[in-house]
Design a protein around this ligand. Sequence first.
Ligand SMILES: C[S@@+](CC[C@H](N)C(=O)[O-])C[C@H]1O[C@@H](n2cnc3c(N)ncnc32)[C@H](O)[C@@H]1O
Length: 272
Amino acid sequence: MQTPDGLPAEIDLSRPSAARVYDYFLGGAHNFEIDRQLAEQIAAMTPNLAATMRSGREFLRRAVRALLDAGIDQFLDIGSGIPTVGNVHEVAQAANPEARVVYVDIDPVAVAHSRELLAGNDRATAIHADLREPKLILDQARASGLIDFDRPLGILLAGVVHFIPDADRPGDILATLRAAAAPGSYLVISHSTFEDQPQEMLDAQKLSARTATEITLRSRAEISSFFGDWTILEPGVVHMPLWRPDSPSDVDEHPERFGAFGGVARYDEPAG
Ligand SMILES: C[S@@+](CC[C@H](N)C(=O)[O-])C[C@H]1O[C@@H](n2cnc3c(N)ncnc32)[C@H](O)[C@@H]1O
């Protein structure tokens, strides 16, 4: 069923959505008054936030390019959000027209807009699913016919694992995803942290409780543990702007102000 403006009827317009708030911060057009109000409230408390989100998108783009350089041609992007300029499939298919991308998001608005944008692209699709049910995600990705789990793939978890509270066992979720990947696969994670953060950042976290999902800030050690025994690539799990910047001049004087760590790991075949 569709609403008069063409959006799926299951979309709840009475509550702000994390994906639409994020879209607003990135300068996108897929958001509603209720999202903009919350975004403005958060922005007033944390003037850095829009820059933080753009910094997250930039980290993801650099990581996807690194994976493409390593020969990865299939991507499972979980918590992909609402498509704005510089999507994973654009970056990937510009480098390799054969690259395949499966986007996954819990927000029906994000999925509806993704599908609209991907119409006519037979090497990319969007799935409506919850990271807390990784087996369903893997089944649907397999069923899409776009991901071959017998070959190396890139699993992208940019700005999404912090939506999983400890009670939902994020470590187990990550282990399930890693177990499905062939040797030579890569895992990209960016995740909000409380380390090196001022009080304003910690206050913004409380506001996030008003979106459908609350944010759990974690330490560098906890975030690193999500890579399991995969090999964490240089320069490690670092404040996002410090992860292989295109140019030293791109690095902010205070890279910690973006409030999130980013890292990339590779599944190296166990010896013996
Ligand atoms: C901050 S955005 C990140 C977007 C994109 N990955 C990027 O880095 O530019 C987080 C996205 O995660 C989605 N999300 C939150 N909880 C989720 C869950 N349990 N399963 C799947 N997606 C989720 C939200 O709907 C939102 O679109």
